[in-house]
Design a binder for this molecule. Structure first.
Ligand code: AMP
Ligand code: TRP
Length: 345
C-alpha cells in the first residue's frame, strides 16, 4: 500500500455555485484531471452542519454535480460522488475527532465566522467540520488538494491531524507493515492561479460568497447574460483609471479583484491584462469583462440546465462514482481499524 499521487477536493451543495468557486477551485480541478487520479466530492454531510431542507439538499446535490460536469469534469476519467454514499468518511471522521485537539479547532476562523455571536447555539457538527474534511482527504490518502485561499487553514489542520495520527500510532503502523512509520501522507494544498480569492463585487474587502444577502455581490454560474452584464456594470470601482502595474492596486481592492477575474477567465496573468487595459477607464474594461464572462459562463449554464433535466442520470453517475470511491477507501479504513486496535471480522 504505497502512497501514490492522488487529488481530492469537494464543494458543499448549499446555494448555487458562483464565480469564486469556478475560478478559485474548479479551474484547477479541471486541469488536474488530465495529469492525476482525481476524486471530486459533493460534500452533503458538511452541508448539514447548518440546517438544510431535505428536498432542497437533494436538488442542490444534483445541481452541483451537474455543475461539475458542465464545467468540464469527465465522470469517466474522474470519480464524482456525494460524500454520504461512502460511509468510510464518517468512520474516519470519528477517529479524527479523537486525534484532533479542542485547542486546534478553537483557532478555526471559518467556525468563528459561521457560528457568529451565538456560538452556544451552533451545531457540534459545525465545530467538528474540519475533522470531517481531513477524513475526506485522508480516507483516500490523497496527496494534493486544489482549493481556494479560504480553505488553507483547514488544510493545515488536516496535515496536523495526519502527523499526530502517524506519531500517536507509530508502533502499530510499523507492525501493520508500514516500515517507515508513515501511514497518512501530509497533503499539499494546491492554491494557484490569479483568482484564488475572488472578492464581492460590492465590497472588495469581503470574499464572494454563497451566503452574502446581496445577489449583486456575486456572479452565479446560472446567471443569464443580461444579469452577468448588469452585475459587472454595477460592480463597485473607484474614480481613477486602471493602474499600469500591479503595485498600483495598493488601496484599490475592487480594481484588483476585477482584473484578477479577467485574468483567470482569459487564462492569462494580471500583468498581461494590465498591459492591455492599464491607464484606461473602468467603463471600457467592464464592457470587455462582461463580454468575456458571458462567453465563458453561458455554455456552462446551458449545459447545467440540460443535465439537471435528467436527475436519474445524475444519480446514476453519483452512485457509480461512490462505488469506485469506496473501492479505494475501504481497504484504507480497514488498515486504520487495525492500527487503532479495533477488531474486525
Ligand atoms: P464552498 O462553496 O465553500 O463549498 O467552496 C468550494 C470551493 O470554492 C473551495 O475550494 C473554496 O475555497 C472555493 N471558493 C469559495 N469561495 C471562493 C472565493 N470567493 N474565491 C476563491 N475561491 C473560493
Ligand atoms: N470545506 C470545503 C469548503 O467549504 C469543502 C470541503 C469539504 C473540502 N471536504 C473537503 C475541500 C476536502 C477540499 C477537500 O470549501
Amino acid at each position: 500500500m504505497k502512497i501514490t499521487p492522488r487529488v481530492f477536493s469537494g464543494m458543499q451543495p448549499t446555494g448555487s455555485l458562483h464565480l469564486g468557486n469556478y475560478l478559485g477551485a474548479m479551474l484547477q480541478w479541471i486541469k488536474l484531471q488530465d495529469t492525476h487520479e482525481c476524486i471530486y466530492c459533493v460534500v452533503d454531510m458538511h452541508a448539514i452542519t447548518v440546517w438544510q431542507d431535505p428536498k432542497e439538499l437533494r436538488n442542490a446535490t444534483r445541481l452541483v454535480t451537474a455543475a461539475y460536469i458542465a464545467c468540464g469534469l469527465d465522470p469517466k476519467k474522474t470519480i464524482i460522488f456525494n460524500q454520504s454514499q461512502v460511509h468510510q468518511h464518517a468512520e474516519l471522521a470519528w477517529v479524527f475527532n479523537c486525534v484532533a485537539r479542542l485547542g486546534w479547532l478553537n483557532r478555526m476562523t471559518q467556525f468563528k465566522e459561521k457560528a457568529g455571536k451565538d456560538r452556544e447555539n451552533a451545531s457540534v457538527g459545525l465545530y467538528a467540520y474540519p475533522n470531517l474534511m481531513a477524513a475526506d482527504i485522508l480516507v483516500y490518502r490523497a496527496t494534493h488538494v486544489p482549493v481556494g485561499e479560504d480553505q488553507k487553514q483547514h488544510l493545515e489542520l488536516t496535515r496536523d491531524i495526519a502527523q499526530k495520527f502517524n506519531n500517536d500510532f507509530r508502533e502499530s503502523i510499523i507492525e501493520a507493515g508500514f516500515e517507515d512509520g508513515i501511514f497518512f501522507p501530509l497533503p499539499e494544498p494546491v492554491i494557484t492561479g490569479p483568482a484564488t480569492r475572488v472578492m464581492s463585487l460590492r465590497d472588495g474587502t469581503k470574499k464572494m460568497s454563497k451566503s452574502d444577502p446581496s445577489d449583486l455581490s456575486r456572479i452565479n454560474l446560472l446567471d443569464d447574460a443580461d444579469t452577468i452584464a448588469r452585475k459587472i456594470q454595477k460592480a463597485k470601482t473607484d474614480p481613477e483609471p486602471l493602474p499600469t502595474e500591479e503595485a498600483g492596486f495598493a488601496g484599490r481592492p475592487e480594481a484588483e479583484n476585477l482584473v484578477g477575474i479577467y485574468a483567470a477567465l482569459a487564462n492569462t496573468d494580471v500583468a498581461s491584462v494590465l498591459r492591455e487595459f492599464g491607464g484606461g477607464q473602468f467603463s471600457t474594461f467592464k464592457k470587455a469583462l462582461a463580454e468575456l464572462a458571458v462567453e465563458k459562463l453561458s455554455p456552462i449554464s446551458t449545459e447545467m440546465k440540460r443535465l439537471a433535466n435528467d436527475p436519474a442520470e445524475i444519480d446514476r453517475i453519483l452512485t457509480d462514482g461512490a462505488r469506485r470511491a469506496e473501492a479505494i477507501a475501504a481497504p484504507i479504513m480497514d488498515r486504520v481499524k487495525d492500527i487503532v486496535g479495533f477488531i474486525r471480522g
